[in-house]
Structures are given as structure tokens and as C-alpha cells.
Design a protein around this ligand. Structure first.
Ligand SMILES: C[S@@+](CC[C@H](N)C(=O)[O-])C[C@H]1O[C@@H](n2cnc3c(N)ncnc32)[C@H](O)[C@@H]1O
Length: 426
């Protein structure tokens, strides 16, 4: 299976492996321990990661996720006693991951929560508060919620212990959407002037109570397994700059961003605004792979299938063709970085679905497969799995290519299935 045609033909013969759908898993199981701390678009379920780690590594091995997102791979690595490193270009993802991988001694977090609650229950309309100056906050928040959120954030910021502070910041971040006028069910930055935002103080307290329970579950599991001190590091890096030496990693598990689907920089702007992560949103957006905000770059695609897709798209819309070209070129660079850090015999597991833009099939899985082969990987397995609809939005608008509602007449099913490509460095 080496030529573009052979790869495409091979993919058309791969059948669904039902055992990878984890259909029987309840929401409680897919969001066990700290996985439920914070919403995150397109996060994968922990059961996939758990099974891959169990199959391909031994205790003490190093596992890496170059598109770490909210830290699913890292949390599961820690539970299973594997050292891990995650990177993500999105500082909000790094904050969430940091909180999720850091078990805090339950008595300590309970006491810290009592202290914090005592402070934030001291809120009155008269209390002096320094309000954030960024005008974009006023775009999303009404004055009353803005005042209360500023008060909560001020109290959290005064906590010295970084782990405890991050724990509360992660909870704070997860309530921002509810407390704003962001259209609740939308993943696009849209305002809803009819929305009644949630009251910040009670919402924050409820969120933290829920996260405290999950911390306790996580702590107990790790303590029982003797894994509390397993190394687990997360960095706000580009996937092409993973801070580990050559030939050190046993397993990479990752779900890359999709081209022109989620704009992560926009999606997480509420947290980024409050925590002052980005001064320059337009520049920040360009750092994401798969974004529509980049100029065309001349990158090596390393895949005939990718070239065919870009050529087809060029006939429909040049801008989309450039975006897809950038995407495949940048993903090839990520695979080069993966090859650098993997040990000989180490594996990379790429979880990816195909989609369509402007009526052109975007065969991500086939392209990645070809790029990996061209970089000297051996494809060891290709798993085709169904995605239970509760885990991912499955419809896209055929005209715009963006996620859409199920009742949109122009919809097409985007990710009814996805692949797990397992490549081995030889
Ligand atoms: C599909 S999500 C990963 C979700 C993750 N598997 C989880 O369970 O949370 C893709 C991630 O890629 C990140 N990303 C996009 N461009 C990146 C880049 N250049 N370097 C590193 N991460 C990037 C996004 O911020 C996003 O978190």
C-alpha cells in the first residue's frame, strides 16, 4: 500500500470495528475523574486513549500528545502509570490540562475552597472592584456579571499555591460562557441578547463543588495505584516543537485539529480575555493549524492525495484550496517532529475523520497515511470506528463546510466514522 491509488483503495476496504465505538459507555464513564472539569470541543473519550496505551506501552514509558487539547491523553497516561508530555498552542487548553493532571490532596482543596468561598460570599454592590479594561469583555458580559466575575477572579489570583490557583481558574474558565451572553449552544462566537446569563457566584461555587468531587476520585485512583507522582508535563507549544529529546517516546496519541472547522482561538476567547492570554487576537489565530486566518505558505505536502484534493478545491474556491494546502503542509511538519521524538519501534496513533469542503472530499486519513509512509513509517493498523453522536457534532453545512444543526437542509454528515491510524517508526 504505497501509491496514492493503493492507499485510497485500501481505505475503501477497511470495515468498522464496533469494539472501538465504546457504545456501551455511559456519560458518567466517559467523563469520569477530571475529564469533566471543563468543556472542550472535539475532545476524545478517555476509553480510546486508555486502550491504546494499554496495548502499546509498558509502565514507565513516555507518551506524548502534540495536540493535547484539554489533556485527555495526559490524564489517562497518569492513571496507567506512564510518563507523559502534552503540548497545545492554546493557553486555555494548557490551563485546563494543567488543572486536570494535578491531583490535589482532598483535605487541602476542601480547606482552600472554604477560604475562597468565605471571601467571595463577601461580595456586595458597594465593594470596591478593579474592573478589567479590555473592551471585548463588555462585548460579551453585562455589567453585573462582569463585576462579580472580576471579584471572584481577584480572590483566586491572590492564592499563592499555583496548583490550587489553577484548579480554581479552570473552574472559573468553565463558567464564563454561561455567565456571558454567548449564544449557549453555539460553538461560534455569537451573541444572544435574549439570554439571561447565569449568576456568577453561585455558578462558580457549584462548578467547584463538582470539580472537587472529581479531584477526589482522581486522587484516590492514583493513590491506590501508586501513581500520584508520575511525571506529566504540559507546555504551551507548537506541535512542531515538542520539548523532548530525539528517540525518547514510546507512543504518541493525538487527534489533530480539522481544517476550517473549529477556530479554537475564537472559541476560547472568553477565558483568554479574562486571563489576559492574548493581546493580539488576529496574530494569535494564525498560530493554529487548520485555521482559515492564514496566508498561503509554500509548504511541502509530501502526498499525492493531498495535491489532488488541493487541485480539485482550486477549481471551486482558491481561498479554501490555500487553507487545505497549508493544513496538509503543516501536518506533514508535525509528522516530521513525531518521527524525531519517537524511539525506533515507537508508534503514533492519529485519530482523524474525513470530511468535505465545497463538495470536495477531504481525505485527511488517506493523506496522513501517505505522508507517514513517505516519512518512513510503517502503517501497522488502521481502525475504523463509529463516533456515537453524543461525543461529536456530526453535521456540516455543505456550502460553508462548517458544523451545523441537524435540521439544516444543506447538512452533510461529517464524522459518522473516524480512523485511528497506527504508524510505527522503523
Ligand atoms: C481536536 S483538538 C484535541 C483535543 C484533545 N484530543 C482532547 O481530548 O482534548 C485539537 C487541538 O489542536 C490544538 N492546536 C491547533 N494548532 C496547534 C499547533 N500549531 N500546535 C499545537 N496545538 C495546536 C488546538 O488548540 C486543539 O486543542
Amino acid at each position: 500500500m504505497n501509491t496514492a491509488k493503493e492507499i485510497k483503495d485500501f481505505f475503501s476496504t477497511v470495515t468498522i470495528d464496533k469494539s472501538w465505538a465504546f457504545q456501551d459507555k455511559t456519560r458518567r464513564e466517559t467523563s469520569y475523574i477530571t475529564h469533566s472539569y471543563h468543556r472542550y470541543p472535539a475532545k476524545f473519550i478517555p476509553q480510546i486513549v486508555d486502550r491504546l496505551i494499554d496495548k502499546y506501552t509498558n509502565t514507565g514509558d513516555l507518551v506524548v500528545d502534540p495536540f493535547g487539547g484539554c489533556g485527555t491523553t495526559l490524564v489517562e497516561s497518569k492513571v496507567l502509570g506512564r510518563n507523559s508530555i502534552g503540548v497545545d498552542i492554546n493557553p486555555v487548553a494548557v490551563l485546563i490540562s494543567q488543572a486536570k493532571i494535578t491531583p490535589i490532596e482532598p483535605l487541602l482543596i476542601n480547606q482552600e475552597f472554604i477560604n475562597l468561598k468565605n471571601k467571595i460570599y463577601g461580595y456586595t454592590e458597594e465593594v470596591q472592584i478593579v474592573l478589567p479594561s479590555n473592551e471585548r469583555i463588555d462585548y460579551w458580559f453585562r455589567p453585573e456579571e462582569k463585576r462579580k466575575l472580576s471579584f471572584i477572579l481577584d480572590k483566586i489570583s491572590k492564592i499563592d499555591n499555583e496548583d490550587i490557583r489553577n484548579f480554581f481558574l479552570c473552574g472559573f474558565s468553565n463558567i464564563l460562557k454561561n455567565c456571558s451572553i454567548w449564544l449557549q449552544k453555539s460553538n461560534k462566537p455569537t451573541r444572544d441578547f435574549k439570554k439571561i446569563p447565569s449568576e456568577p457566584i453561585n455558578t462558580f461555587v457549584r462548578q467547584i463543588k463538582a470539580n472537587i468531587k472529581k479531584n477526589q476520585e482522581f486522587y484516590s485512583i492514583l493513590e491506590e495505584k501508586g501513581n500520584l507522582n508520575i511525571s506529566c508535563l504540559v507546555y504551551p507549544n507548537d506541535a512542531r516543537k515538542i520539548p523532548t529529546n530525539d528517540n525518547t517516546v514510546s507512543l504518541i496519541i493525538t487527534s489533530p485539529p480539522y481544517v476550517t472547522s473549529y477556530e479554537y482561538a475564537d472559541l476560547h476567547q472568553l477565558t483568554a480575555l479574562w486571563l489576559e492570554y492574548t493581546e493580539n487576537l488576529p496574530e494569535f489565530r494564525k498560530r493554529f493549524i487548520g485555521t482559515t486566518y492564514k496566508e498561503r505558505k509554500e509548504l511541502k505536502l509530501n502526498s499525492k492525495i493531498a495535491k489532488e484534493i488541493v487541485a480539485q478545491l482550486s477549481e471551486k474556491r482558491k481561498k479554501t484550496a490555500n487553507e487545505v494546502e497549508n493544513y496538509f503542509g503543516e501536518m506533514n511538519q508535525v509528522f516530521i517532529e513525531m518521527s524525531r521524538i519517537l524511539k525506533i519501534g515507537g508508534r503514533t496513533c492519529i485519530v482523524i475523520g474525513n470530511t468535505s469542503l465545497k463538495g470536495v472530499e477531504i481525505l485527511n486519513a488517506e493523506v496522513f497515511n501517505e505522508q507517514l509512509i513517505n516519512l518512513g513509517f510503517e502503517i501497522e493498523d488502521i481502525i475504523k470506528r463509529e463516533i456515537p453522536s453524543k461525543n461529536l457534532p456530526s453535521t456540516r453545512d455543505t456550502k460553508t463546510g462548517r458544523f451545523t444543526k441537524i435540521n439544516n437542509k444543506n447538512k452533510t454528515f461529517a464524522y459518522p466514522v473516524e480512523y485511528i491510524i497506527i504508524g510505527r517508526k522503523i
